[in-house]
Design a protein around this ligand. Sequence first.
Ligand code: ADP
Ligand code: ZN
Length: 728
Amino acid sequence: MIRFAPGDLVAVLTTQPLDRALDYRAPEGGCGTGDFVEVPLGPRKVLGVVWGEGIGGYDLSKVRTINRVLDVVPMRDEMRQFLNRAAEYTLTPMPAMLRLATRSPGLGSDVSMRKVYARGSEEPDRITDARRRVLDALAEYGDLSFTLSELSEMAGVGSSVVKGLVKQGAVIERDTPRDAPYPRLDPDLPGKTLAGDQAGAADMLIKAVASGTYGTTMLRGVTGSGKTEVYLEAVAECLRQGRQALVLLPEIALTSEFLSRVEARFGAKPAEWHHGVTQTERRRCWRMVGEGNSSLIVGARSALFLPFSDLGLVVVDEEHDTSYKQEDGVLYSARDMAVLRASICKAQVVLASATPSLETWANVEAGKYSALTLTSRFGDRAMPQMRAIDMRGEDLPGGRWVSPSLQGQIADRLERGEQSLLFLNRRGYAPVTICRACGEMIACDHCDARMVEHRFLKRLVCHQCGETKPMPEVCPSCKVEGKLAAVGPGVERMAEEAAALFPDARVEVLSSDMYQSARALKARIEAIAAGDADIVVGTQLVAKGHNFPLLTLVGVIDADLGLQGSDLRAAERTFQLMRQVAGRAGRAERPGEAWLQTFQPEHHVIKAILSGDEDGFWAAEAAERKAAGVPPYGRMAGIVLSSPDIQAVFDLGNHLARIDGPLRRIGAVLYGPAPAPIARIRGRHRLRMLVKAEKGAPLQSAVSDWLAQVRIKGDIRLSVDIDPQSFY
Ligand code: ADP
Ligand code: ZN
């Protein structure tokens, strides 16, 4: 760290979209690199971090002075290094990286004391609807307290309602000092006795963590093989070393079930960082992590950008999950960034999965990562039996999707009081609405996409831009009435079919759009796991993170769905998803079965799924990708140009294609420009280009040299996606 005396010239990186750090003078009392500061910018005050010495070289009399240094722990050198390297890797401007690292509410405000509100001992004299909502919101969170704005927002009432309850003693108002540290976790409480290959795997991880060096380990084992128990032992060792551990989970898997397991193991709950936590909790988490007053953080991908004081271990659970790739704003893979961050701060990474990504396999093969495998399900629970239903031989009327064979299986489960899951990765009622008079399919006005009927919401929804409209009575094109028809199934329609087939069964849809909040959805998942439904119809969100002990049958409505399209990972994703969904069945004492409805049972991916021949599948998949020179055996960058002006994007795209010298110099090949598969979103026309290079090629520097040749003008946006996962 460098110290600067008052008046010294320093460079400050701000969160504003500028292409470089700006010079300021150090304030009274001086400042140092890494200090979080507030600086004047035009008429505004903005947040920044002291990045180094000033650059100078212009009229120094115009340089302004830093307003103040904020009362938070300065950004550590290793964090600045991480942001720099992550920016270089993803070709992201530094201000955008800094925004990821400063996502704490109220960073700039003085927070030594604040008022919070909690349930008081009195009852209100008179209960109104609004008051009831406030008390319900408080009851839901037990003994937690909230700021005035949080509480009124949660309850959907004005702040005067809360104030009214305070007067009556039904709610109490307190001043609390800053943010409270998290309770200490005790690594020496007894864990479960590890069985079989669990013990050996845990030992290896414990040794790795104790070494205090960087390393990455793939921890592989089918759902239920006890991976979580194993990596919790690595967490325990990290806590013993006095370092911090981070467990990343796909957002939806962040359930109270996981938090309870941590509490059972270490005697207290960890800090949480994800969409579901309140602003107050977020701020507390950010500050306590920085001050070293939180030793275990459980979070979604953005937790990687918390200001850890001494990070010793990162676990990426379900490492193959596509939600680890952020697909808007800064396009980064949390799995890869976890490895980068850990290598800078000498931490260990554990990549846990039942079906690791091919990227991870390739890194193991290349000797960059170690590998640990758990071979059996804990307690000898067998993996579910997997079977195919050949749909070509099933007698099924049009507009129906549950085959007679699958119906028979469901009936068996109903008789035995067990649960069935019907899996279909399509939200809504029907993906297409067609006019039987003129053939028109209802499309979004702003996107090149069809509107999806959501009967539960009573609306048509565009899954690209979120635009909704009521279901029309007459065809928007030919104006004929009563001819609009739903085509194809979504989960809501499947639920309708299931209810018609089994009128006495309790049928329930689990889909993210059917719930007001993530919290409500998770509560519902827990109730279902406890037995509150007979037939569950779900999208991929049921594939993750929760145990359903009574579930013994998984019926996959359309196993072929993911195999269509040209995505290079179509086979990998289908394999992972099918294995993962199947893993939901038979986690308790009763064995499970998974039935896959397919029109192509001889397809090699379907066969691999059924036989469970994982090694064979990955070997074939690797060979195919090697031959094609695609990731992980080649490198890619996806470029999307978009603008409301179609001519402008084509002009820029064609121009870029002509000046591809910097790409050719490293042997890379440019494909496109071509209209993107979804050629218009939110009224913006979209062009795609794809850069392909050999594995060792310096892709990022070539792409940045190439793009530096043009200036993006007007309303054109250009986004670069290094290692793209999606190609829409
Ligand atoms: P995974 O993370 O691989 O899906 P889990 O760690 O969640 O597997 O283990 C599956 C179930 O088996 C959990 O309920 C877990 O508590 C239990 N379990 C795993 N290992 C043990 C053990 N050694 N002793 C007791 N229970 C265990
Ligand atoms: Zn749209």
